[in-house]
Design a protein around this ligand. Structure first.
Ligand SMILES: *[C@@H]1O[C@H](CO)[C@@H](O)[C@H](O)[C@H]1NC(C)=O
Length: 659
């Protein structure tokens, strides 16, 4: 109290001095009264200030995350304001414009580092001008055309995309692991007139070339001189082109809601679906780096495939927004990971759940903490891996983000709470209403009450995440697939006529508002960070001679994230399981992560009351030969299907066999 009085005294004194002149001129009799009033006011002011100073403490005791919540809310508001400004700009300010501004601001800063090559911002700009000119001249591209890209992680992925954006074209990012039928399917989803493929993917292109030529598609390969009829080389044409900037008039009609990309997702069923990504979405996802504290002096390490959302939108687009350096790698390698980080002074890494575990599984080294990585952005890390990772590799801010390529909602765990995929934020919930609703995993549909409405689960219970579809949270759906687009929508959720997007994910929210991932529903499971569409795998199995029916599902394996593929098969009458033919077929037509690792032979496949295959029960029964009477087979690496034994089972569950 004495201290307070002293401060107050000093405060009054200083004011006194300041106003000394004024006091001198005032009448002597009024002075004491004036001082009294002044002191009163000062006192009241002081008390109010002290109260204000204590308010944060009070709020903090009520909610320890209040400042982070507020901070995040403010950042999101700023983001929203920026986007509405971009929208109002005439012409609209795109991520490409942002790139071009970075080129002006920092022409000599490194943009892409790849193997022994590098491109500064200015070099990348010029090179993409050349690509754009080559494509515009030889492929006769014009604004609004769609071009499919079949490229691995290499600088030309980025340069070709920049070039196409400069021409006002739409890029369709094909998964470079896809072959034959699946590849053609993806191609026809986007109705591209032109295909640009990497030199290393020539065989895959040749396989589908007759079909492409038949559809009148122009095929370019990033190589020099090509002797195959129907394939044109692009590299020589790029070299000959001028690097003069392209007129913005070429993309004058592109606006924020225009289609920018097709990104393929295996979603819930069937062949891959082309999610429609517009320019607004490009901006929204790119802001995640800013939201998670990535700075303009950071260096990001990019090994996730650029044809997926996390690599392209979160990684590349975010890097352009921040104006940072991108270290590009063809693919993930646990043994090179930290050496690369050290070599390139990487400060930001990306992950998908399994990656972090792979890193933790590498042999311990003395220099494990010798690196500059400070932020890790991604999704799907398990709580135990999270803790292991921090302990082993030091103080890295792990920022778990939740969102789907085609989804209309995302969460960010901006607090860094171990195990959570995000945190609720009052503002967020207001802007994009969402709910966790009760879900029947047996019937595979939301539970409805007597009036036919969905039921929100109480806090702490697991429920299906649904997010309201609206102007600000649109669901753009899939290209040329109204059936699948409709299937993602849920109507009459809380009131008659409302419309929500079914995320397909079962989540839980705790008392503090942290969200936790529980499971993925429906016909998809995740393995090695990839979605596996069970019906697609089943379709392939049905092509094998001996198989009459196939039910594909994912089973959990101790110590592994996600689920590994398993198939219950009904064989044709009087036929035995032909392991060799089955292996040949899945090996030829499915990427390794989608191949059924376990096979279970049944006399008849169980179906649900709604004539859907029963997956949940089979998935729970798993692959233990001791608990099932059905014959089981196991896919041994480079060998094929062998009968499942107790020994194999034990080796897998005890981690001696790595899947
Ligand atoms: C990494 O940082 C060190 C020291 O700050 C510097 O000497 C080195 O040149 C940097 N390496 C790269 C590839 O930028």
């Amino acid at each position: 109290m004495r201290k307070l009085y002293k401060v107050q005294e000093a405060w009054t004194k200083s004011i006194q001095l300041l106003y000394a002149d004024a006091f001198r001129t005032s009448s002597a009799a009024r002075v004491p009264l004036f001082f009294f009033c002044f002191r009163m006011i000062a006192y009241i002011l002081y008390t109010a200030l002290a109260g204000l100073a204590l308010l944060p403490l009070f709020l903090y005791l009520r909610n320890p995350y209040i400042f982070k919540d507020l901070n995040h809310a403010v950042a999101r508001i700023k983001m929203g304001l920026r986007i509405s400004k971009f929208k109002k700009n005439k012409p609209f300010y795109s991520l490409l414009d942002c790139f071009l501004d970075q080129v002006v601001r920092q022409p000599h800063k490194k943009f892409l580092l790849f193997e022994e090559n590098s491109y500064t911002y200015s070099q990348a700009d010029k090179e993409s001008n050349k690509v754009a000119r080559a494509l515009s001249t030889h492929a006769h591209l014009k604004e609004g055309d769609t071009v499919a890209l079949l490229l691995g992680n290499e600088p030309h992925f980025v340069l070709v995309w920049l070039a196409l954006t400069k021409l006002g074209c739409i890029s369709s990012l094909l998964n470079c692991n896809l072959r034959s039928k699946s590849l053609l399917h993806c191609f026809s989803c986007c109705e591209a007139k032109v295909l640009v493929a990497g030199a290393d993917l020539r065989e895959a292109v040749e396989e589908v070339l007759p079909s492409l030529n038949q559809q009148g598609v122009r095929v370019f390969i990033l190589g020099e001189g090509c002797d195959v009829e129907g394939i044109e080389s692009l590299s020589d044409k790029i070299q000959q082109a001028s690097d003069e900037p392209l007129s913005p008039k070429m993309r004058a009609n592109v606006h924020i809601k225009s289609l920018a990309l097709y990104i393929y997702t295996s979603g819930t069923t069937g062949l891959p679906k082309a999610a429609l990504i517009n320019h607004q979405r490009l901006w929204l996802v790119s802001f995640l780096q800013l939201l998670n504290g990535v700075r303009s002096d950071d260096v990001i390490y990019m090994y996730l495939p650029l044809y997926h959302t996390s690599g392209f939108l979160l990684g590349l687009c975010g890097a352009i927004e921040r104006g940072i350096t991108v270290v590009l790698r063809r693919k993930f390698s646990a043994s090179h990971f930290w050496n690369d980080c050290r070599k390139y002074n990487v400060t930001v890494i990306q992950y998908i759940g399994e990656i972090m575990r792979y890193l933790c599984n590498t042999p311990k080294r003395d220099n494990d903490r010798d690196h500059k990585v400070r932020v890790a952005l991604g999704s799907g890390i398990r709580a135990d891996t999270w803790a292991d990772f921090l302990q082993r590799f030091g103080d890295i801010r792990i920022r778990e983000c939740y969102g789907a390529t085609e989804g209309n909602i995302g969460f960010v765990n901006y607090v860094g709470k171990v195990g959570a995929i995000g945190k609720e934020n009052f503002l967020h919930k207001m802007a994009c209403p969402y709910a966790l609703i009760r879900y029947d995993t047996e019937k595979e549909e939301p539970v409805r009450d007597s009036r036919g409405f969905c039921i929100e689960v109480p806090r702490g219970d697991t429920g299906l995440l649904v997010a309201k579809i609206g102007e600000r949270n649109p669901f753009n759906g899939y290209a040329k697939n109204t059936q699948q687009t409709e299937k993602k929508k849920v109507r009459d959720v809380f009131v008659k006529g409302d419309l929500y997007l079914n995320s397909g994910d079962l989540l839980k929210i705790d008392d503090e508002g942290f969200l936790f991932f529980q499971d993925r529903i429906g016909d998809t499971f995740r393995w090695k960070g990839e979605n596996v569409a069970t019906t697609e795998v089943a379709d392939h199995l049905l092509m094998v001679d001996c198989i009459e029916e196939a039910n594909v599902y994912g089973v959990k394996v101790p110590g592994h994230e996600g689920r590994i593929g398993m198939a219950a098969l009904k064989l044709k009458e009087n036929m035995d399981f032909d392991g060799k033919a089955t292996y040949q077929h899945v090996k030829n037509y499915l990427p390794s992560y989608a191949r059924p690792r376990f096979i279970r032979i049944q006399d008849a496949l169980v179906i649900t009351g709604t004539f859907k295959q029963m997956k949940v029960k089979l998935a729970e029964e798993g692959f233990n030969p001791a608990t099932t009477m059905d014959p089981l087979f196991y896919l041994e690496d480079n060998k094929g299907y062998v009968p499942m034994t107790q020994e194999i089972f034990d080796s897998i569950t005890e981690g001696r066999i790595r899947l």
